[in-house]
Design a protein around this ligand. Structure first.
Ligand SMILES: *Cc1c(COP(=O)(O)O)cnc(C)c1O
Length: 434
């Protein structure tokens, strides 16, 4: 199609010809990277279809609507087998009763640790909301309140595993090791699945029976391999991120060793009941279809992240990962160095949304976070961050974390709109956009 015609559509949405032309120039240089992203998506698409066929997903699975106790829910039980098959686990727990990623992780920890045990993070500080789960920041019901202690080994220079430090930290009480794949709100790079494998091999060489759990949030389907394929015992994440494919309206998952999953099921429902109860209330169809869509949705989000890195690096901002680095999650961090930059960026993402595009996001004190956070999300599912979204804690270095996009085209619009807002606010000079 004539580029002029496409440009006109962007104009209608408020993108200036200068910003559009700049984006086009950047995009042209990304052809090879986009091809690589597409081939990973293709591989993972086949992986999902294979798992669904192996587990004989049927129309009956999709039509299950159980209520009440939810006994004998074929759709729910088969979906859990599909997850186990797809991600090389012995079992899985995939439920709408798991309310979010933090809940899924808390569930994994609280069900697999007992009083007197110790939890180890060998990759530095975990994701903000887990601080209260663990009790790093005191909170009601934390692991600390139940007599479960926590130890942390920081990364060297914010990127390398401190193998000596880890060797010293592992002790007779170390029961579970938590490894966060994605950087979250930290400045360090995200880990590749192979790096995680290397870390797990090292830890298991010191203590073979320790449970290695991977916080897999934002990492799913970014690579061909997932953590269970490199020795993890448990991988955990949210269904309003990658694996829900934008369609799951709620939910979280755990996949891994049978015993770990059983522990989690007994904790989620009740001792004695475990996986047998938990009505699916008609949402299971979207879990199946979301998983089916997830590889291509993740690919679109990745293209958006790579595009953003290239745009903002060119304009002189610090970006993590940088414009050429390989990707291990869908998050892109851009450091603006000022609250105004973070706010303008997020307002641009919001203005590009299909839903709530007319609202202007402002920083607020969000539960679980220790600084005001501004969030942009015009999502079909509240808070869904596989949909185009951005958030930035209003604290130095004033970085924004950007992720998602159910389609590459929407991600592209969002990034161009963010740039437009930065130009409108005078933070980026129009004459620099060449
Ligand atoms: C999003 C995220 C979580 C928490 O998930 P919520 O759904 O926001 O509760 C935990 N860890 C990482 C790395 C995440 O990205």
């Amino acid at each position: 199609m004539n580029d002029e015609v496409i440009n006109q559509q962007y104009c209608k949405l408020g993108i200036s010809p200068t910003v559009y032309a700049f984006g086009k120039k950047i995009e042209e240089k990304l052809e090879k990277r986009f091809k690589t992203i597409d081939s990973v998506a293709e591989y993972n698409q086949m992986k999902v279809i294979h798992a669904m066929q192996e587990r004989k997903v049927s129309a009956e699975c999709l039509n299950q609507f159980t209520s009440g106790y939810g006994y004998n829910d074929l759709g729910r039980d088969t979906l859990e087998e599909v997850y186990a098959e797809c991600f090389c686990g012995e079992a899985a727990l995939v439920r709408p009763q798991i309310t979010c990623g933090t809940h899924a992780l808390a569930l994994a920890l609280m069900s697999n640790l007992r009083p007197g045990d110790e939890l180890l993070s060998p990759v530095g500080k975990p994701y903000d909301t887990l601080e209260e789960v663990i009790g790093i920041r005191p909170s009601k019901g934390s692991l600390a309140e139940y007599g479960i202690t926590y130890r942390q080994v920081d990364l060297i220079n914010d990127r390398d595993f401190d193998f000596d430090g880890i060797r010293q930290a592992v002790n007779e009480r170390t029961k579970l090791v938590t490894i966060q794949r994605s950087k979250g709100y930290a400045a360090r790079p995200s880990f590749s699945v192979d790096q995680i494998g290397e870390l797990i091999s090292f830890i298991k060489s010191i203590k073979p029976d320790v449970i290695c759990m991977v916080d897999n949030c934002y990492g799913e389907f970014v690579e061909e391999k997932e953590p269970l394929e490199v020795g993890a015992d448990l991988m955990v994440g949210s269904l309003i991120k990658n694996l829900g494919g934008g369609l799951a309206p709620i939910g979280g998952y755990l996949v891994g060793k049978k015993e770990c999953i059983e522990n989690a099921a007994f904790r989620l429902t009740s001792p004695g009941l475990g996986k047998e109860v938990g009505a699916s209330l008609g949402v299971i169809q979207s879990f199946y279809q979301g998983l089916f869509q997830a590889p291509t949705v993740v690919a679109g989000a990745l293209k958006g992240a790579v595009f953003a890195a290239n745009i903002y690096e060119k304009l002189g901002f610090s970006v993590v990962p940088d414009s050429t680095e390989s990707r291990h999650d869908i998050i892109q961090a851009v450091t603006f160095g000022s609250p105004e930059g973070v706010i303008a960026f997020c307002q641009g993402i919001q203005a590009a949304a299909p839903v709530d595009s007319y609202v202007t996001p402002e920083p607020w004190d969000m539960p679980g976070y220790d600084a005001p956070v501004i969030m942009a999300a015009g999502a079909f599912v509240q808070g869904s961050s596989i949909e185009l979204s951005a958030d930035g804690p209003i604290k130095p270095p004033y970085a924004v974390y950007f992720q998602g996009g159910l389609t590459w085209y929407h991600a592209k619009l969002g990034i161009l709109m963010s740039l437009q807002k930065l130009v409108d606010a005078g933070i980026v000079k129009e004459e620099n956009i060449i």
